[in-house]
Design a binder for this molecule. Sequence first.
Ligand code: COA
Length: 532
Amino acid sequence: MTRLGTTVDPRAPEYAQARTAALERLTALGAELAKALAGGGEKYTARHRGRGKLLARERIELLVDPDTPFLELSPLAAWGSDYPVGASLVTGIGTVEGVECLITANDPTVRGGASNPWTLKKALRANDIARENRLPCISLVESGGADLPSQKEIFIPGGALFRDITRLSAEGVPTIAVVFGNSTAGGAYVPGMSDHTVMIKDRSKVFLGGPPLVKMATGEESDDESLGGADMHARTSGLADHYALDEHDAIRQARRIVARLNHRKAHPDPPKARDPLHDPEELLGIVPPDLKTPFDPREVVARIVDGSDFDEFKPLYGTSLVTGWATLHGYPVGILANAQGVLFSAESQKAAQFIQLANQRDIPLLFLHNTTGYMVGKEYEQGGIIKHGAMMINAVSNSRVPHLSVLIGASYGAGHYGMCGRAYEPRFLFAWPSAKSAVMGPQQLAGVLSIVSRQSAAAKGQPYDEEADAGMRAFVEAQIESESLPLFLSGRLYDDGVIDPRDTRTVLGLCLSAVHNAPVEGARGGFGIFRM
Ligand code: COA
Protein backbone atom coordinates (compact mmCIF):
# COMPACT_ATOMS: atom_id res chain seq x y z
CA MET A 1 0.00 0.00 0.00
CA THR A 2 1.11 3.56 -0.71
CA ARG A 3 -0.63 5.68 1.86
CA LEU A 4 -0.83 9.39 1.21
CA GLY A 5 0.21 11.55 4.12
CA THR A 6 -1.18 15.00 4.85
CA THR A 7 0.06 18.43 5.80
CA VAL A 8 -3.42 19.84 6.36
CA ASP A 9 -3.55 21.38 9.82
CA PRO A 10 -7.09 22.03 11.06
CA ARG A 11 -5.69 24.53 13.61
CA ALA A 12 -3.96 26.67 10.96
CA PRO A 13 -5.49 30.09 10.13
CA GLU A 14 -5.52 29.31 6.37
CA TYR A 15 -7.55 26.19 7.11
CA ALA A 16 -10.08 28.19 9.13
CA GLN A 17 -10.37 30.79 6.38
CA ALA A 18 -10.90 28.16 3.70
CA ARG A 19 -13.47 26.35 5.83
CA THR A 20 -15.39 29.54 6.60
CA ALA A 21 -15.51 30.45 2.90
CA ALA A 22 -16.62 26.91 2.01
CA LEU A 23 -19.40 26.92 4.60
CA GLU A 24 -20.66 30.30 3.37
CA ARG A 25 -20.81 28.97 -0.17
CA LEU A 26 -22.62 25.84 1.01
CA THR A 27 -25.21 27.98 2.79
CA ALA A 28 -25.80 29.93 -0.41
CA LEU A 29 -26.04 26.68 -2.37
CA GLY A 30 -28.52 25.27 0.15
CA ALA A 31 -30.79 28.29 -0.32
CA GLU A 32 -30.90 27.70 -4.08
CA LEU A 33 -31.49 23.95 -3.70
CA ALA A 34 -34.38 24.78 -1.35
CA LYS A 35 -36.03 26.64 -4.23
CA ALA A 36 -35.91 23.50 -6.38
CA LEU A 37 -37.36 21.46 -3.50
CA ALA A 38 -40.18 23.98 -3.02
CA GLY A 39 -41.29 23.38 -6.63
CA GLY A 40 -44.23 25.59 -7.52
CA GLY A 41 -44.49 26.95 -3.97
CA GLU A 42 -47.04 26.61 -1.16
CA LYS A 43 -50.19 27.41 -3.11
CA TYR A 44 -49.70 24.85 -5.85
CA THR A 45 -48.27 22.27 -3.46
CA ALA A 46 -51.33 22.56 -1.21
CA ARG A 47 -53.66 22.29 -4.21
CA HIS A 48 -51.79 19.22 -5.45
CA ARG A 49 -51.99 17.56 -2.04
CA GLY A 50 -55.64 18.57 -1.75
CA ARG A 51 -56.26 16.45 -4.84
CA GLY A 52 -54.85 13.47 -2.95
CA LYS A 53 -51.65 13.39 -4.99
CA LEU A 54 -48.03 12.74 -4.03
CA LEU A 55 -45.28 15.24 -4.85
CA ALA A 56 -42.64 14.33 -7.45
CA ARG A 57 -39.95 13.61 -4.87
CA GLU A 58 -42.38 11.59 -2.71
CA ARG A 59 -43.16 9.41 -5.73
CA ILE A 60 -39.43 8.83 -6.24
CA GLU A 61 -38.90 8.10 -2.56
CA LEU A 62 -41.56 5.40 -2.62
CA LEU A 63 -40.20 3.97 -5.86
CA VAL A 64 -36.60 3.44 -4.75
CA ASP A 65 -35.54 0.71 -2.34
CA PRO A 66 -35.87 1.73 1.33
CA ASP A 67 -32.73 3.35 2.80
CA THR A 68 -30.95 3.58 -0.53
CA PRO A 69 -29.59 6.87 -1.88
CA PHE A 70 -31.06 8.86 -4.76
CA LEU A 71 -28.37 10.75 -6.68
CA GLU A 72 -30.30 13.78 -7.87
CA LEU A 73 -28.94 15.33 -11.07
CA SER A 74 -29.09 18.91 -12.34
CA PRO A 75 -31.21 20.17 -9.40
CA LEU A 76 -30.24 23.76 -10.21
CA ALA A 77 -31.29 23.58 -13.88
CA ALA A 78 -32.76 26.92 -15.03
CA TRP A 79 -30.99 28.87 -12.24
CA GLY A 80 -30.56 32.44 -13.42
CA SER A 81 -33.17 32.03 -16.18
CA ASP A 82 -36.78 33.23 -16.35
CA TYR A 83 -37.97 29.78 -15.25
CA PRO A 84 -38.13 28.30 -11.74
CA VAL A 85 -34.99 26.62 -10.37
CA GLY A 86 -35.18 22.88 -11.04
CA ALA A 87 -36.94 23.28 -14.39
CA SER A 88 -40.16 21.49 -13.31
CA LEU A 89 -38.48 18.09 -13.55
CA VAL A 90 -36.63 15.91 -11.06
CA THR A 91 -34.00 13.53 -12.49
CA GLY A 92 -31.55 11.19 -10.87
CA ILE A 93 -30.27 7.69 -10.29
CA GLY A 94 -31.92 5.45 -7.73
CA THR A 95 -32.02 1.73 -6.99
CA VAL A 96 -35.30 -0.09 -7.61
CA GLU A 97 -35.49 -3.77 -6.68
CA GLY A 98 -31.69 -3.76 -6.58
CA VAL A 99 -31.42 -2.28 -10.10
CA GLU A 100 -29.89 1.16 -10.65
CA CYS A 101 -32.38 3.13 -12.72
CA LEU A 102 -32.49 6.56 -14.26
CA ILE A 103 -35.63 8.11 -12.81
CA THR A 104 -37.37 11.24 -14.06
CA ALA A 105 -40.45 12.83 -12.49
CA ASN A 106 -42.37 15.87 -13.72
CA ASP A 107 -43.14 18.39 -10.99
CA PRO A 108 -46.82 19.16 -11.60
CA THR A 109 -46.75 21.99 -9.04
CA VAL A 110 -44.62 24.08 -11.42
CA ARG A 111 -46.82 25.41 -14.23
CA GLY A 112 -48.71 22.14 -14.51
CA GLY A 113 -45.40 20.28 -14.99
CA ALA A 114 -45.08 21.86 -18.45
CA SER A 115 -41.68 21.54 -20.15
CA ASN A 116 -39.71 24.73 -20.77
CA PRO A 117 -36.36 24.93 -22.63
CA TRP A 118 -34.43 24.00 -19.47
CA THR A 119 -36.74 21.06 -18.74
CA LEU A 120 -35.94 19.77 -22.19
CA LYS A 121 -32.17 20.14 -21.71
CA LYS A 122 -32.40 18.39 -18.36
CA ALA A 123 -34.51 15.54 -19.75
CA LEU A 124 -32.18 15.04 -22.72
CA ARG A 125 -29.17 14.97 -20.37
CA ALA A 126 -30.93 12.29 -18.30
CA ASN A 127 -31.51 10.24 -21.46
CA ASP A 128 -27.81 10.51 -22.35
CA ILE A 129 -26.89 9.21 -18.92
CA ALA A 130 -29.30 6.29 -19.28
CA ARG A 131 -27.95 5.38 -22.71
CA GLU A 132 -24.23 5.67 -21.96
CA ASN A 133 -24.50 3.72 -18.74
CA ARG A 134 -27.29 1.36 -19.83
CA LEU A 135 -29.59 2.29 -16.95
CA PRO A 136 -33.25 1.31 -17.18
CA CYS A 137 -35.37 4.45 -17.43
CA ILE A 138 -38.48 5.11 -15.34
CA SER A 139 -40.58 8.19 -16.22
CA LEU A 140 -43.07 9.36 -13.60
CA VAL A 141 -45.31 11.40 -15.83
CA GLU A 142 -47.66 14.26 -15.01
CA SER A 143 -47.14 17.21 -17.31
CA GLY A 144 -49.00 19.89 -19.20
CA GLY A 145 -46.72 19.10 -22.17
CA ALA A 146 -44.88 21.91 -23.87
CA ASP A 147 -44.73 25.23 -22.02
CA LEU A 148 -46.79 26.97 -24.65
CA PRO A 149 -45.27 30.49 -24.50
CA SER A 150 -41.78 29.03 -25.09
CA GLN A 151 -42.88 26.50 -27.71
CA LYS A 152 -40.50 27.89 -30.33
CA GLU A 153 -37.55 26.79 -28.17
CA ILE A 154 -38.83 23.32 -27.50
CA PHE A 155 -41.24 22.03 -30.08
CA ILE A 156 -38.71 21.17 -32.80
CA PRO A 157 -35.74 20.01 -30.66
CA GLY A 158 -38.17 18.35 -28.20
CA GLY A 159 -38.88 15.53 -30.64
CA ALA A 160 -35.57 14.07 -29.44
CA LEU A 161 -37.24 13.06 -26.18
CA PHE A 162 -39.45 10.50 -27.86
CA ARG A 163 -36.71 9.45 -30.28
CA ASP A 164 -34.45 8.72 -27.30
CA ILE A 165 -37.02 6.49 -25.60
CA THR A 166 -37.32 4.18 -28.58
CA ARG A 167 -33.57 4.21 -29.26
CA LEU A 168 -32.94 3.18 -25.67
CA SER A 169 -35.41 0.37 -26.19
CA ALA A 170 -33.70 -0.63 -29.44
CA GLU A 171 -30.40 -0.83 -27.57
CA GLY A 172 -31.96 -3.11 -25.00
CA VAL A 173 -32.24 -0.49 -22.24
CA PRO A 174 -35.69 -0.95 -20.65
CA THR A 175 -38.07 2.02 -20.50
CA ILE A 176 -41.04 2.28 -18.16
CA ALA A 177 -43.69 5.03 -18.01
CA VAL A 178 -45.95 5.49 -14.98
CA VAL A 179 -48.66 8.03 -15.76
CA PHE A 180 -49.90 9.90 -12.69
CA GLY A 181 -51.95 12.54 -14.47
CA ASN A 182 -51.87 14.55 -17.62
CA SER A 183 -49.76 13.17 -20.48
CA THR A 184 -51.33 14.65 -23.54
CA ALA A 185 -50.40 15.70 -27.07
CA GLY A 186 -46.63 15.06 -27.54
CA GLY A 187 -46.56 13.86 -23.92
CA ALA A 188 -48.70 10.89 -24.95
CA TYR A 189 -45.66 9.52 -26.74
CA VAL A 190 -43.84 9.00 -23.43
CA PRO A 191 -46.09 6.04 -22.57
CA GLY A 192 -46.56 5.52 -26.32
CA MET A 193 -42.86 4.81 -26.92
CA SER A 194 -42.02 3.09 -23.61
CA ASP A 195 -41.56 -0.67 -23.22
CA HIS A 196 -43.88 -0.81 -20.20
CA THR A 197 -46.74 1.47 -19.13
CA VAL A 198 -48.66 1.78 -15.90
CA MET A 199 -51.83 3.89 -15.71
CA ILE A 200 -53.90 4.90 -12.73
CA LYS A 201 -57.68 4.67 -12.36
CA ASP A 202 -59.38 8.07 -12.64
CA ARG A 203 -55.98 9.81 -12.77
CA SER A 204 -54.10 9.09 -15.99
CA LYS A 205 -55.09 11.18 -18.98
CA VAL A 206 -53.34 10.09 -22.14
CA PHE A 207 -54.69 11.45 -25.41
CA LEU A 208 -53.37 13.24 -28.47
CA GLY A 209 -56.05 15.91 -28.11
CA GLY A 210 -58.33 16.72 -25.19
CA PRO A 211 -62.11 17.22 -25.49
CA PRO A 212 -61.91 20.90 -26.59
CA LEU A 213 -59.40 20.15 -29.32
CA VAL A 214 -61.41 17.14 -30.55
CA LYS A 215 -64.52 19.34 -30.66
CA MET A 216 -62.63 21.91 -32.72
CA ALA A 217 -61.09 19.35 -35.06
CA THR A 218 -64.00 17.00 -35.75
CA GLY A 219 -67.03 18.35 -33.89
CA GLU A 220 -67.12 15.18 -31.77
CA GLU A 221 -68.34 15.51 -28.16
CA SER A 222 -66.12 13.56 -25.75
CA ASP A 223 -64.75 13.47 -22.23
CA ASP A 224 -61.32 12.86 -20.64
CA GLU A 225 -62.11 9.35 -19.54
CA SER A 226 -63.32 8.00 -22.88
CA LEU A 227 -60.49 9.74 -24.74
CA GLY A 228 -57.61 8.72 -22.50
CA GLY A 229 -58.48 7.31 -19.09
CA ALA A 230 -56.69 4.34 -17.55
CA ASP A 231 -59.79 2.12 -17.87
CA MET A 232 -60.08 2.84 -21.57
CA HIS A 233 -56.35 2.29 -22.20
CA ALA A 234 -56.23 -0.89 -20.12
CA ARG A 235 -59.41 -2.43 -21.60
CA THR A 236 -59.89 -0.92 -25.05
CA SER A 237 -56.86 0.73 -26.70
CA GLY A 238 -54.29 -1.57 -25.07
CA LEU A 239 -51.84 1.30 -24.45
CA ALA A 240 -51.79 0.54 -20.70
CA ASP A 241 -50.06 -2.71 -19.76
CA HIS A 242 -50.78 -2.31 -16.06
CA TYR A 243 -53.86 -0.85 -14.40
CA ALA A 244 -53.28 0.63 -10.96
CA LEU A 245 -55.92 1.60 -8.44
CA ASP A 246 -54.00 4.53 -6.97
CA GLU A 247 -50.54 6.15 -6.91
CA HIS A 248 -49.11 3.71 -4.34
CA ASP A 249 -50.37 0.76 -6.37
CA ALA A 250 -48.79 2.24 -9.52
CA ILE A 251 -45.43 2.59 -7.79
CA ARG A 252 -45.72 -0.97 -6.47
CA GLN A 253 -46.42 -2.22 -10.00
CA ALA A 254 -43.49 -0.24 -11.42
CA ARG A 255 -41.23 -1.93 -8.87
CA ARG A 256 -42.56 -5.34 -9.94
CA ILE A 257 -41.81 -4.49 -13.58
CA VAL A 258 -38.20 -3.70 -12.66
CA ALA A 259 -37.95 -6.89 -10.59
CA ARG A 260 -38.87 -8.85 -13.74
CA LEU A 261 -36.49 -7.09 -16.14
CA ASN A 262 -33.82 -9.73 -15.71
CA HIS A 263 -31.37 -6.82 -15.63
CA ARG A 264 -27.72 -7.73 -15.32
CA LYS A 265 -24.91 -5.27 -14.76
CA ALA A 266 -21.95 -5.70 -17.10
CA HIS A 267 -19.59 -5.94 -14.10
CA PRO A 268 -20.12 -7.43 -10.63
CA ASP A 269 -20.02 -5.11 -7.62
CA PRO A 270 -16.55 -4.88 -6.01
CA PRO A 271 -16.00 -6.03 -2.42
CA LYS A 272 -16.56 -3.50 0.38
CA ALA A 273 -13.78 -0.94 0.41
CA ARG A 274 -11.81 0.77 3.17
CA ASP A 275 -12.59 4.38 4.04
CA PRO A 276 -9.93 7.02 3.43
CA LEU A 277 -7.47 7.39 6.31
CA HIS A 278 -7.93 11.16 6.38
CA ASP A 279 -11.16 12.86 7.40
CA PRO A 280 -13.40 13.97 4.45
CA GLU A 281 -14.66 16.80 6.70
CA GLU A 282 -11.25 18.41 6.08
CA LEU A 283 -12.08 18.77 2.38
CA LEU A 284 -13.71 22.05 3.40
CA GLY A 285 -10.36 23.47 4.54
CA ILE A 286 -8.24 22.68 1.48
CA VAL A 287 -9.30 25.01 -1.35
CA PRO A 288 -8.16 28.56 -0.47
CA PRO A 289 -10.78 31.34 -0.80
CA ASP A 290 -8.59 32.92 -3.50
CA LEU A 291 -8.05 30.37 -6.26
CA LYS A 292 -4.74 32.04 -7.17
CA THR A 293 -3.27 30.42 -4.05
CA PRO A 294 -2.07 26.94 -5.04
CA PHE A 295 -3.02 23.82 -3.08
CA ASP A 296 -1.93 20.21 -3.30
CA PRO A 297 -4.64 18.05 -4.92
CA ARG A 298 -3.15 14.98 -3.18
CA GLU A 299 -4.87 16.32 -0.06
CA VAL A 300 -8.17 15.91 -1.92
CA VAL A 301 -7.23 12.49 -3.30
CA ALA A 302 -6.26 11.38 0.22
CA ARG A 303 -9.81 12.09 1.40
CA ILE A 304 -11.75 10.43 -1.40
CA VAL A 305 -9.95 7.20 -2.37
CA ASP A 306 -10.02 3.88 -0.54
CA GLY A 307 -7.54 3.78 2.33
CA SER A 308 -5.93 7.03 1.01
CA ASP A 309 -3.91 4.56 -1.07
CA PHE A 310 -2.52 6.20 -4.21
CA ASP A 311 0.27 5.05 -6.53
CA GLU A 312 1.58 8.01 -8.41
CA PHE A 313 2.66 7.81 -12.05
CA LYS A 314 5.64 9.97 -13.14
CA PRO A 315 5.66 11.96 -9.87
CA LEU A 316 8.90 13.76 -10.78
CA TYR A 317 7.88 14.69 -14.34
CA GLY A 318 5.35 17.35 -15.34
CA THR A 319 4.76 18.06 -11.67
CA SER A 320 1.89 20.50 -12.07
CA LEU A 321 -0.34 17.56 -13.04
CA VAL A 322 -0.64 14.71 -10.54
CA THR A 323 -1.49 11.35 -12.12
CA GLY A 324 -1.89 8.01 -10.41
CA TRP A 325 -3.90 4.90 -9.60
CA ALA A 326 -6.31 4.22 -6.77
CA THR A 327 -9.60 2.51 -6.01
CA LEU A 328 -12.76 4.35 -5.01
CA HIS A 329 -15.48 2.32 -3.30
CA GLY A 330 -13.59 -0.67 -4.69
CA TYR A 331 -13.60 0.46 -8.33
CA PRO A 332 -10.20 1.05 -9.95
CA VAL A 333 -9.64 4.63 -11.12
CA GLY A 334 -6.87 6.59 -12.76
CA ILE A 335 -6.74 10.12 -11.41
CA LEU A 336 -5.52 13.28 -13.14
CA ALA A 337 -5.42 16.31 -10.84
CA ASN A 338 -3.95 19.77 -11.50
CA ALA A 339 -1.39 20.89 -8.93
CA GLN A 340 0.01 24.31 -9.75
CA GLY A 341 -2.74 25.39 -12.12
CA VAL A 342 -0.85 25.74 -15.40
CA LEU A 343 -0.43 22.91 -17.89
CA PHE A 344 2.95 22.83 -19.66
CA SER A 345 4.17 20.53 -22.44
CA ALA A 346 5.46 17.91 -20.00
CA GLU A 347 2.12 17.74 -18.16
CA SER A 348 0.25 17.39 -21.44
CA GLN A 349 2.45 14.53 -22.63
CA LYS A 350 2.25 12.85 -19.26
CA ALA A 351 -1.55 13.11 -19.37
CA ALA A 352 -1.73 11.64 -22.89
CA GLN A 353 0.44 8.69 -21.85
CA PHE A 354 -1.56 8.12 -18.67
CA ILE A 355 -4.87 8.21 -20.52
CA GLN A 356 -3.57 5.62 -22.98
CA LEU A 357 -2.51 3.38 -20.11
CA ALA A 358 -5.97 3.59 -18.53
CA ASN A 359 -7.49 2.61 -21.87
CA GLN A 360 -5.21 -0.41 -22.22
CA ARG A 361 -6.19 -1.52 -18.72
CA ASP A 362 -9.93 -0.66 -18.93
CA ILE A 363 -9.70 1.69 -15.93
CA PRO A 364 -12.12 4.65 -15.58
CA LEU A 365 -10.56 8.09 -15.24
CA LEU A 366 -11.26 10.81 -12.71
CA PHE A 367 -10.30 14.41 -13.54
CA LEU A 368 -9.95 16.86 -10.63
CA HIS A 369 -9.88 20.35 -12.15
CA ASN A 370 -7.87 23.28 -10.89
CA THR A 371 -6.26 24.73 -13.98
CA THR A 372 -5.80 28.16 -15.49
CA GLY A 373 -5.09 26.52 -18.87
CA TYR A 374 -2.10 25.77 -21.06
CA MET A 375 1.02 27.94 -20.66
CA VAL A 376 1.35 30.88 -23.05
CA GLY A 377 4.47 32.84 -24.08
CA LYS A 378 7.25 32.69 -26.65
CA GLU A 379 9.29 30.01 -24.92
CA TYR A 380 6.29 27.73 -24.60
CA GLU A 381 4.94 28.31 -28.10
CA GLN A 382 8.41 27.53 -29.47
CA GLY A 383 8.51 24.45 -27.26
CA GLY A 384 5.34 23.16 -28.96
CA ILE A 385 2.69 23.82 -26.31
CA ILE A 386 -0.05 23.74 -28.97
CA LYS A 387 0.87 20.30 -30.24
CA HIS A 388 1.38 18.95 -26.73
CA GLY A 389 -1.95 20.36 -25.51
CA ALA A 390 -3.53 18.91 -28.66
CA MET A 391 -2.01 15.56 -27.76
CA MET A 392 -3.74 15.63 -24.37
CA ILE A 393 -7.04 16.78 -25.89
CA ASN A 394 -6.75 14.05 -28.53
CA ALA A 395 -6.22 11.43 -25.82
CA VAL A 396 -9.21 12.70 -23.79
CA SER A 397 -11.45 12.91 -26.85
CA ASN A 398 -10.75 9.42 -28.12
CA SER A 399 -10.41 7.63 -24.79
CA ARG A 400 -13.23 5.09 -24.38
CA VAL A 401 -13.10 4.35 -20.65
CA PRO A 402 -15.71 6.21 -18.57
CA HIS A 403 -14.58 9.66 -17.44
CA LEU A 404 -15.74 11.47 -14.30
CA SER A 405 -14.88 15.15 -13.84
CA VAL A 406 -15.02 17.26 -10.70
CA LEU A 407 -14.33 20.99 -10.87
CA ILE A 408 -12.79 21.73 -7.49
CA GLY A 409 -11.11 25.05 -8.28
CA ALA A 410 -10.36 26.88 -11.52
CA SER A 411 -11.22 25.37 -14.87
CA TYR A 412 -10.19 27.92 -17.44
CA GLY A 413 -9.42 27.99 -21.14
CA ALA A 414 -8.40 24.91 -23.07
CA GLY A 415 -7.34 23.41 -19.74
CA HIS A 416 -11.07 22.80 -19.18
CA TYR A 417 -11.08 20.82 -22.42
CA GLY A 418 -7.90 18.83 -21.74
CA MET A 419 -9.22 17.93 -18.28
CA CYS A 420 -12.41 16.52 -19.83
CA GLY A 421 -14.78 19.46 -19.56
CA ARG A 422 -18.43 19.19 -20.48
CA ALA A 423 -17.94 19.12 -24.25
CA TYR A 424 -15.62 16.11 -23.89
CA GLU A 425 -18.57 14.11 -22.61
CA PRO A 426 -17.47 12.81 -19.23
CA ARG A 427 -20.09 10.32 -18.01
CA PHE A 428 -20.67 12.68 -15.05
CA LEU A 429 -19.39 16.15 -14.20
CA PHE A 430 -19.85 17.81 -10.82
CA ALA A 431 -18.59 21.08 -9.37
CA TRP A 432 -17.65 22.09 -5.86
CA PRO A 433 -19.04 25.45 -4.74
CA SER A 434 -15.46 26.80 -4.93
CA ALA A 435 -15.16 26.10 -8.68
CA LYS A 436 -14.96 28.70 -11.42
CA SER A 437 -14.97 28.12 -15.14
CA ALA A 438 -14.65 30.45 -18.11
CA VAL A 439 -12.55 31.06 -21.19
CA MET A 440 -10.08 32.86 -18.90
CA GLY A 441 -10.06 34.67 -15.54
CA PRO A 442 -12.23 37.83 -15.30
CA GLN A 443 -9.26 40.21 -14.81
CA GLN A 444 -7.33 38.71 -17.70
CA LEU A 445 -10.37 38.83 -19.96
CA ALA A 446 -11.11 42.48 -19.11
CA GLY A 447 -7.43 43.31 -19.58
CA VAL A 448 -7.34 41.65 -23.01
CA LEU A 449 -10.44 43.57 -24.09
CA SER A 450 -8.85 46.81 -22.88
CA ILE A 451 -5.63 46.19 -24.86
CA VAL A 452 -7.60 45.35 -28.00
CA SER A 453 -9.74 48.53 -27.68
CA ARG A 454 -6.63 50.64 -27.06
CA GLN A 455 -4.93 49.23 -30.16
CA SER A 456 -8.05 49.77 -32.22
CA ALA A 457 -8.26 53.44 -31.14
CA ALA A 458 -4.56 53.92 -31.91
CA ALA A 459 -4.99 52.37 -35.37
CA LYS A 460 -7.75 54.88 -36.11
CA GLY A 461 -5.65 57.71 -34.71
CA GLN A 462 -8.27 58.39 -32.02
CA PRO A 463 -7.52 59.34 -28.40
CA TYR A 464 -8.26 56.61 -25.82
CA ASP A 465 -10.79 57.36 -23.09
CA GLU A 466 -9.06 56.04 -19.92
CA GLU A 467 -12.06 56.72 -17.70
CA ALA A 468 -14.40 54.76 -19.96
CA ASP A 469 -11.78 51.99 -20.11
CA ALA A 470 -11.70 51.67 -16.31
CA GLY A 471 -15.51 51.51 -16.24
CA MET A 472 -15.58 48.89 -18.99
CA ARG A 473 -12.98 46.77 -17.20
CA ALA A 474 -14.90 46.83 -13.93
CA PHE A 475 -18.16 45.99 -15.70
CA VAL A 476 -16.69 43.15 -17.74
CA GLU A 477 -14.83 41.74 -14.74
CA ALA A 478 -18.02 41.61 -12.70
CA GLN A 479 -19.96 40.04 -15.58
CA ILE A 480 -17.37 37.33 -16.26
CA GLU A 481 -16.99 36.62 -12.55
CA SER A 482 -20.74 36.03 -12.19
CA GLU A 483 -20.81 33.86 -15.31
CA SER A 484 -17.92 31.73 -14.00
CA LEU A 485 -19.68 30.64 -10.82
CA PRO A 486 -21.07 27.14 -10.24
CA LEU A 487 -24.70 28.21 -9.72
CA PHE A 488 -24.71 30.00 -13.06
CA LEU A 489 -22.99 27.13 -14.87
CA SER A 490 -25.18 24.49 -13.23
CA GLY A 491 -28.28 26.50 -14.20
CA ARG A 492 -27.19 26.09 -17.81
CA LEU A 493 -26.70 22.35 -17.42
CA TYR A 494 -22.91 22.65 -17.86
CA ASP A 495 -22.54 20.18 -14.99
CA ASP A 496 -24.67 17.48 -13.39
CA GLY A 497 -24.82 19.28 -10.06
CA VAL A 498 -22.92 21.34 -7.49
CA ILE A 499 -21.94 19.08 -4.60
CA ASP A 500 -20.78 19.47 -1.02
CA PRO A 501 -17.06 18.56 -1.12
CA ARG A 502 -17.65 16.18 1.80
CA ASP A 503 -20.02 14.15 -0.42
CA THR A 504 -17.47 13.72 -3.23
CA ARG A 505 -16.52 10.13 -2.38
CA THR A 506 -20.15 9.06 -2.07
CA VAL A 507 -21.21 10.82 -5.28
CA LEU A 508 -18.28 9.37 -7.24
CA GLY A 509 -18.94 5.92 -5.77
CA LEU A 510 -22.56 6.08 -6.97
CA CYS A 511 -21.38 7.22 -10.41
CA LEU A 512 -18.78 4.46 -10.65
CA SER A 513 -21.39 1.90 -9.70
CA ALA A 514 -23.73 3.33 -12.36
CA VAL A 515 -21.09 3.29 -15.11
CA HIS A 516 -20.37 -0.38 -14.45
CA ASN A 517 -23.86 -1.26 -15.73
CA ALA A 518 -22.31 -0.87 -19.19
CA PRO A 519 -19.12 -2.67 -20.27
CA VAL A 520 -15.99 -0.69 -19.31
CA GLU A 521 -13.75 -1.14 -22.31
CA GLY A 522 -10.89 1.18 -23.19
CA ALA A 523 -9.72 2.19 -26.66
CA ARG A 524 -7.02 -0.07 -28.09
CA GLY A 525 -5.63 2.38 -30.61
CA GLY A 526 -8.22 4.49 -32.35
CA PHE A 527 -6.70 7.78 -31.22
CA GLY A 528 -6.20 10.61 -33.67
CA ILE A 529 -2.73 11.31 -35.02
CA PHE A 530 -0.57 12.37 -32.07
CA ARG A 531 1.68 15.28 -33.00
CA MET A 532 4.98 14.34 -31.42
N1 COA B 1 -47.85 25.87 -20.88
C1 COA B 1 -47.76 26.96 -20.09
N2 COA B 1 -48.38 27.07 -18.91
C2 COA B 1 -49.12 26.04 -18.51
C3 COA B 1 -49.27 24.88 -19.28
C4 COA B 1 -48.61 24.82 -20.51
N3 COA B 1 -48.65 23.75 -21.29
N4 COA B 1 -50.08 24.04 -18.63
C5 COA B 1 -50.42 24.64 -17.48
N5 COA B 1 -49.85 25.87 -17.42
C6 COA B 1 -49.97 26.84 -16.34
C7 COA B 1 -51.41 27.32 -16.16
O1 COA B 1 -51.68 28.41 -17.00
C8 COA B 1 -51.46 27.72 -14.71
O2 COA B 1 -50.88 29.00 -14.54
P1 COA B 1 -51.46 30.01 -13.43
O3 COA B 1 -51.62 29.23 -12.19
O4 COA B 1 -50.43 31.07 -13.37
O5 COA B 1 -52.78 30.46 -13.98
C9 COA B 1 -50.51 26.71 -14.05
O6 COA B 1 -49.67 26.21 -15.11
C10 COA B 1 -51.23 25.55 -13.42
O7 COA B 1 -52.15 25.04 -14.37
P2 COA B 1 -53.62 24.55 -13.99
O8 COA B 1 -54.40 24.36 -15.24
O9 COA B 1 -54.21 25.45 -12.96
O10 COA B 1 -53.23 23.18 -13.30
P3 COA B 1 -54.07 21.85 -13.24
O11 COA B 1 -53.26 20.96 -12.38
O12 COA B 1 -55.46 22.09 -12.83
O13 COA B 1 -54.08 21.28 -14.73
C11 COA B 1 -53.11 20.64 -16.81
C12 COA B 1 -52.88 20.91 -15.32
C13 COA B 1 -51.75 20.28 -17.38
C14 COA B 1 -54.05 19.45 -16.96
C15 COA B 1 -53.75 21.85 -17.53
O14 COA B 1 -53.05 23.01 -17.14
C16 COA B 1 -53.69 21.76 -19.02
O15 COA B 1 -54.54 21.11 -19.63
N6 COA B 1 -52.69 22.40 -19.68
C17 COA B 1 -52.55 22.43 -21.11
C18 COA B 1 -52.17 21.07 -21.61
C19 COA B 1 -51.87 21.09 -23.11
O16 COA B 1 -52.77 21.00 -23.91
N7 COA B 1 -50.58 21.22 -23.45
C20 COA B 1 -50.13 21.26 -24.76
C21 COA B 1 -49.33 20.05 -24.96
S1 COA B 1 -48.28 20.14 -26.36
